[in-house]
Design a protein around this ligand. Structure first.
Ligand code: SIN
Length: 296
């Protein structure tokens, strides 16, 4: 069956049918998938039935995988996967119940911007025949391109600090997350890092807006008030409805998203009576491509 790609009709997002990811992709098959990924930035491969090894093998085609330093929810068999779930087993949460419930991009706190995240839907909460727990995405190509020329000039060359602790603490303080505070050792493993606000995408070379409400804390070299003013403008700008795609989950979706060209947010909104179970793999960036396209 040929691959059928159905774009969302907006700035980003597509569904792909007719591809079985359990069968290893040869080089030309992978290049086709990679081109679809670069074109649409958020791509759902639907109707998949993957075991853990097949999901990891697919994710590794895009790069090395991150092992999250603060997660208590690595998959029981391997830290290559994290379990996201509201399921409780033997009185204990089986997965992270509240991951990503605020706008952010994954792993901007790493010294090299991350390439992708992959989320596989094993159980999707349903109510009255409708899926709950959609994930929102916003295109950072579209957000950059929609800036006025004055803003583009003002942002060019600015670099912002990204800090792992910002989103982690936000989840505890603002969302009442039951996660434990970060330990000193975890904090030391994740010092703040700096990235250009106007990022040249390491793979496509296109300019995107690389700042996110989750992790970006300040702009280097500016007085705090000016840095706050610019970041507050950018956070409002980048989360506008017109740049968004809303992913409504189906069991068997393997969703991959581009962490340089998008930001995202889990909407939550389901309870223990409607189980959700997802396996997530996170693909790190490529230092050589990042520096090649973003020479200081
Ligand atoms: C995430 O931000 O990685 C989680 C997204 C989701 O669970 O919908």
């Amino acid at each position: 069956m040929p691959i059928a790609v159905t774009p969302s009709g907006g700035s980003l997002g597509a569904r792909v049918a007719g591809l079985d990811l359990a069968a290893p992709l040869d080089e030309s098959g992978f290049r086709e998938v990679e081109a679809i990924f670069h074109r649409h930035q958020v791509v759902a491969f639907e109707g998949q039935r993957l075991d853990e090894d097949a999901l990891i093998a697919f994710a590794r085609r895009f790069g090395e995988l991150e092992h999250n330093v603060a997660s208590s929810f690595h998959h029981p068999r391997t830290p290559d996967l994290t379990v996201l779930s509201n399921i409780v087993k033997d009185g204990k949460p089986y997965g992270s119940p509240d991951a990503g419930q605020g706008w952010h991009t994954d792993m901007s706190y790493n010294s090299v911007p991350a390439r992708a995240s992959i989320l596989y839907a094993l159980q999707v909460p349903m109510k009255d025949g409708r899926a709950l727990g959609d994930t929102l995405f916003s295109s950072m190509y579209a957000a950059y391109e929609a800036l006025s020329d004055d803003w583009k000039t003002r942002l060019e060359g600015l670099r912002a600090e990204h800090d792992f602790e910002k989103f982690y603490t936000y989840m505890i303080k603002e969302k009442g997350s039951p996660r434990p505070p970060l330990t000193d050792a975890q904090r030391r493993q994740k010092p703040a890092v700096v990235h250009p606000i106007v990022l040249r995408h390491p793979w496509t070379g296109r300019k995107c807006l690389y700042a996110d409400p989750g992790y970006t804390v300040r702009i280097q070299g500016l007085p705090p008030a000016e840095s706050d003013e610019i970041l507050s403008f950018l956070f409002d700008h980048q989360t506008q409805e017109r740049f968004r795609y809303r992913h409504s989950w189906r069991v068997g979706d393997v969703l991959i998203w581009d962490n340089c060209a998008t930001i995202h947010m889990a909407t939550g909104g389901y309870d223990a009576s409607t189980p959700r179970l997802m396996h997530r793999a996170q693909v790190l960036g490529d230092d050589r491509l990042y520096r090649q396209k973003n020479a200081a």
